[in-house]
Design a protein around this ligand. Structure first.
Ligand SMILES: Cc1cc2nc3c(=O)[nH]c(=O)nc-3n(C[C@H](O)[C@H](O)[C@H](O)COP(=O)(O)OP(=O)(O)OC[C@H]3O[C@@H](n4cnc5c(N)ncnc54)[C@H](O)[C@@H]3O)c2cc1C
Ligand code: SF4
Length: 477
């Protein structure tokens, strides 16, 4: 049924239903139920069709949100899918895991005017799920085949978005990944209760059907050198992400029972995918029956606390040195964690991890927010005499990620990196200091978001196309 727009004046915002906290705490299935078609159409019709759409301006992909909302409201679903997929390679993934409260929905004028944002993410997911059900989502099939070939290192969202765009143009594309499955952090980092693994694997299958060669379990820099890859392909994209977890810097950090967040999440995701994982079975990376303390306040910390709940931890606490308003993680994810019985200990930092033989507790200190530093952020300062202890059988360090030593890993001292270790790529040409070698995603911008990796991958694909076309023209002259 075609609907008029601007219905926010009498239609209240309604997000898709969530499964109850006790029900979802018992499994790793996604927590949000899908929109019914009627509800998606109604919610889309709340949009004001702004002349200057702040939702679109604040979307890294500049998704044409007002247009696809109008098309959904009018029941023109195939066109809505065409518009939504024109700017986004994986809209059903972004619909699920973008922190919309910090991007499009947080900027929607209806949110700013206290009417409640248009439920953009849920409608985006609905459009693409409907398109999959109708068979409208096709593998990337080029109109013509080109001889030139591209090697992509890293099968995360950055690498896969670039692969898809280059394949559509006709290039022969090979994606190499050191993991045994493609998807990067979408498969081994982000837990299934946020992003069902079948959703990622459905995309990977389509890419393979479109002729993209996916080569898992190959580490570039060890099994194959970057020099060999450059000789094999006309251009190379580095989309390797950032994987060096920041360690806890306090006494006791090396005690058994203190684990890095990503090791913990990878194992949990592997178990969910049906792999046999000894570190899970022997309890070293399994929170069942344990008092768990997670240290950190970002999205990774939120994923760890919620994973521990599902594994059957006896208690789960999250220790963060700033307050709720100043944490880097999504407020939506904090609310989910609180519903699931996670206790937050705001404004506290660890002084020492205690225990004999293995971790038994965290000695921490209360903090207050001091004067703003050079970035404008208030620095946390310990409050003298406010030390306290938390019991813990397992402590998970979720303090963020840095890049590995990429020039050393690739045996390419000429590969320029920033002082943070991220690869330096020209913002326009996306090329690194090595001719014909491009870079995209977290390895260039530092730990970020899936939507930014998709944007970077798509931009890099355009730049690589320009580069290879230029080379072909030079060769023809
Ligand atoms: C726990 C966790 C939760 C997150 N939750 C969210 C979220 O909810 N929403 C969101 O938007 N973002 C989230 N993020 C961030 C998001 O996952 C990343 O920003 C995004 O995946 C980066 O994409 P990428 O393609 O640059 O790298 P990655 O996804 O990291 O992929 C890089 C790939 O390169 C491969 N690789 C690395 N080195 C080599 C090598 N030498 N040879 C071969 N292959 C190699 C890796 O195996 C990996 O598969 C989360 C991150 C983490 C860690
Ligand atoms: S900002 Fe909100 S109301 Fe305006 S176009 Fe975007 S979704 Fe619609």
């Amino acid at each position: 049924m075609p609907r008029k727009m601007l219905q926010f004046t009498h239609l209240h915002q309604s997000q898709p239903d969530k499964r109850s906290a006790p029900e979802r705490g018992a499994d790793f299935a996604e927590i949000s139920l899908p929109f019914a078609a009627e509800q998606a159409g109604e919610q889309a019709s709340r949009c004001e069709q702004c002349g200057i759409p702040f939702c679109q301006i604040h979307c890294p992909l500049a998704n044409n949100i007002p247009d696809w909302l109008m098309l959904v409201a009018q029941g023109r679903m195939e066109e809505a899918y065409a518009v939504s997929s024109a700017t986004n390679t994986f809209p059903e993934i972004c619909g699920r895991i973008c922190p919309q409260d910090r991007l499009c929905e947080g900027s929607c004028v209806l949110e700013q005017s206290k009417h409640g944002t248009v439920t953009i993410g849920a409608v985006e997911k609905h459009i693409t799920e409907h398109a999959f059900a109708q068979g409208w989502v096709k593998p990337p099939r080029p109109g013509r085949e080109l001889a030139a070939s591209v090697g992509i290192v890293g099968g995360g969202p950055g690498g896969l978005a670039a692969a898809e765009a280059l394949r559509r143009k006709g290039y022969q594309v090979t994606v190499y990944d050191r993991h045994d499955r493609m998807g990067g952090l979408m498969i081994y980092g982000i837990p299934g209760f946020k992003l069902d693994k079948a959703v990622v694997e459905r995309r990977t299958r389509l890419l393979a059907e479109g002729g993209i060669k996916l080569v898992p379990s190959v580490t570039i820099g060890r099994d194959l050198t970057l020099a060999e890859l450059r000789a094999r392909h006309d251009s190379v994209l580095l989309a390797t992400g950032v994987y060096k977890g920041r360690a806890l810097d306090c006494p006791g950090a090396a005690l058994p029972g203190v684990v890095p967040a990503l090791d913990y999440l990878i194992v949990s995701n592997r178990v969910g995918l049906g792999d046999a994982v000894p570190a899970f079975d022997d309890g070293s990376l399994n929170a069942a029956g344990k008092a768990v303390v997670v240290i950190g306040g970002g999205d990774t910390a939120m994923d760890c606390v919620r994973t521990a709940i599902r594994q059957g931890a006896t208690s789960v606490k999250c220790l963060y040195r700033r307050d709720r308003a100043n944490m880097p993680g999504s407020q939506r994810e904090v609310a989910h964690a609180e519903e699931e019985d996670v206790a937050f200990v705001w404004m506290a930092a660890p002084l020492e991890l205690t225990g004999t033989g293995r971790v038994e507790g965290v000695r921490a200190v209360r903090m207050h927010l001091g004067v703003p530093d050079a970035t404008g952020r208030q620095a946390p300062v310990p409050i003298e005499g406010s030390e306290f202890e938390l019991g813990a059988d397992m402590v998970i360090a979720a303090l963020g990620f840095d890049p590995e030593d990429m020039p050393a890993l690739f045996g390419e001292p000429g590969l320029a990196v920033s002082r943070w270790g991220t690869i330096e790529a020209d913002p326009v040409s996306c090329m690194t200091s090595l001719d014909g070698v491009f870079a995209a995603g977290d390895i260039v911008r530092g730990a970020s978001l899936v939507v930014w990796a998709i944007k970077d991958g798509r931009d890099a694909a355009e730049a690589m196309d320009r580069y290879m076309q230029g080379k072909a023209r030079q060769a023809a002259e």
